[in-house]
Design a protein around this ligand. Structure first.
Ligand SMILES: Cc1ncc(C[n+]2csc(CCOP(=O)(O)OP(=O)(O)O)c2C)c(N)n1
Ligand SMILES: [Mg+2]
Length: 320
């Protein structure tokens, strides 16, 4: 990858991190009145995967949605306005953090129902196949979603119909406070894809270059018409399940936090770029200034936007 592409990955990673850190620091003012599930720690996964997508490809997300939305090219101002419940928000202020949608970026949505977008994404990929639009659908979900029946049904159908869909499991080892080994047998998640005769692999999720390479091979498989693929990325959430704060030590296994904080995806990639002489102090500072400016502008825009008028509007619920 050339320097420009590497710096573009760095920009995307840092942008997601700084957007969520700003949300966290503003959250205490109680002006954002929706729950927020921050993806701080997971950023390399949406960035490394979405680097291979074009505008016409589709992305579906889950409750931990901000990184997916931004990496796919969703509009930052509209996301922040949505989280503030404003009518300029991407869901016109009716959805909040867990109901982001940006049709202009083919980001077709996040929902808080665990596993809820998996079958919808499969349906979308089926539509692409029938309409021959040559788009790939990517669906992001957590490790807990793979315990649901709908996950198995969706994989089965996608393989059967050779659908152009990439299933991305962000395995952060927890469903809220419950560790994966209290919920699942002692085997990797990606073997569930192998059992369905699907192209499946497991990879480190905190190294953006490993994510990039794994997604590249899976997408080459899908785009060549061979059917769907599943990638399980191992990662870790640094903050609480829902909300801007850090948990008290011991609420999850503290040793795991200590292990994973050393693998912070931004720190790891920054070090890599600096070692290669590809990120000078000046370049780092100018990227940071650019992002900080975008964020400031987006928060100002959100805060000064109007709340939606409270009235029942069928157009918000049904597609025409
Ligand atoms: C069908 C359903 N069951 C339970 C919940 C409550 N719930 C919300 S998030 C969550 C944990 C999801 O864990 P995972 O899929 O691993 O994603 P993570 O939060 O770890 O990123 C649960 C159980 C829900 N929203 N939907
Ligand atoms: Mg999880």
């Amino acid at each position: 990858m050339n320097k420009q592409n590497l710096l573009s990955l760095y920009y995307q990673l840092l942008r997601i991190r700084l957007v969520e850190e700003e949300m966290a620091s503003e959250y205490v003012k109680q002006e954002m009145r929706c729950p927020t599930h921050l993806c701080i720690g997971h950023e390399a996964i949406p960035v490394g995967v979405c680097a291979h997508l074009t505008k016409k490809d589709f992305v579906f997300s889950n409750h931990r949605s901000h990184g997916h939305y931004l990496a796919k090219g969703g509009n930052l101002r509209a996301m922040i306005a949505e989280i503030y419940g404003k009518e300029t928000g991407c869901s016109r202020g009716w959805g909040g953090s867990q109901h982001l949608i940006d049709q202009s970026a083919n980001f077709l949505g996040s929902t808080p129902i665990v596993g809820g977008t998996i079958p919808v994404a499969v349906g979308n990929a089926w539509a692409s196949q029938m309409q021959k639009d040559h788009a790939v659908t990517v669906v992001f979900f957590g490790d807990a979603a793979t315990e649901e029946g709908v996950f198995f049904e969706s994989l089965n159908f996608a393989v059967l119909k050779k659908l152009p869909i990439l299933f991305i499991c962000e395995n952060n080892l927890y469903s809220i406070f419950t560790y994966i080994r209290e919920r699942q047998a002692n085997r990797p998640i990606y073997v569930l894809g192998l059992a369905q005769d699907m192209y499946s692999l497991g990879e480190e999720g905190n190294d953006v270059l490993k994510v990039y390479d794994a997604a590249k091979s899976a997408l080459a498989h899908i785009r060549s018409g061979k059917g769907p693929a599943l990638i399980e990325f191992k990662t870790y959430r640094y903050r609480e399940h829902c909300g801007p704060f850090f948990e008290k030590r011991g609420q999850r296994d503290s040793k795991l936090y200590d292990k994973w904080i050393k693998k912070d995806p931004i720190a790891v990639f920054t070090k890599y770029l600096q070692k290669k002489g590809m990120l000078s102090k000046d370049e780092k500072a100018s990227i940071q200034i650019k992002i900080t400016g975008e964020i400031k502008e987006a928060f100002e825009y959100a805060k000064k936007s109007e709340f939606p008028k409270v009235s029942w509007d069928r157009d918000l619920v049904y597609a025409k």
